[in-house]
Write a protein that binds this ligand. Sequence first.
Ligand SMILES: [Cu+2]
Length: 300
Amino acid sequence: MTFLSRLGVLAAAFLFTFGPSMAGQAVATPQDYQLGLQDAVTPVMERIHSFHSILLVIITVITLFVLVLMLWVMFRFSEKRNPNPSKTTHNVTLELAWTVIPVLILIGIAFPSFRLLYFADQVQSADITVKAIGRQWYWSYEYPDHGNFTFDSYIVADEDLEPGQPRLLTADNALVLPVDTNIRILVTASDVLHNFAMPQFGIKLDAVPGRNNETWAYVPAEYAGQTFYGQCSELCGTGHAYMPIMVHMVSKAEFAAWTEKAREEYARNDEPAGEPAGQPEETQETVKVAAASAAVTTSE
Ligand SMILES: [Cu+2]
């Protein structure tokens, strides 16, 4: 009992030190020398945190158990203390135990694990849908429910960063999303495999050309006005490190106003074919510059 309770105290101390911070409002950006997972913002990530904590306890207890067992064997059955070793080769009870008990532990882990997988997989009733498309090397976002407009999101170069903007994580056009809303997120790619990863949302989903993957996010109202960051997490070429995901959470009213404006500013996704407006390259540059300046004004 005392040994077990000591194990419990050790596990708790370990958790307290290395576990994710569980109280207070989430910090939007990763911190220097941060230990543990980034703060949870969505219900999916909260559940990942608690699953992670349970696993940490199980892992710690198993590791300590094996360590103590080995130390005891080394001490008790050393050549000095045990000059005539037993010739036993099989012990059915013991062999059954060390097969069945780990299987039971794995089954015990599998149930909450699968429950969490299914919970993260699909939203029951989505209020809005957005689509993220991975490209070499930037992201495009589409808003099919709000006028079907689309825009590209490029990294902001180091020399263009404003104070407070994190390096390698800041994009010129953020993915703007409303708080307190069930958001269905469709993820695909246009060239090679990418991966849409938002640590604080508990999302890490492959972007596969020719295939739509689905996930979801719900961000509580208290996070309105905050910006969260993610990165492409599937090696996709030389620009892989330079295609950040920047998500700006706004209130529902601000989101409605933003989509009004964005509909005017950004290209429609289903523009009639065969009627390109002006020179293709020039158009894209113009849109990009206009979009960049719009992003600056909306972020203030
Ligand atoms: Cu990548």
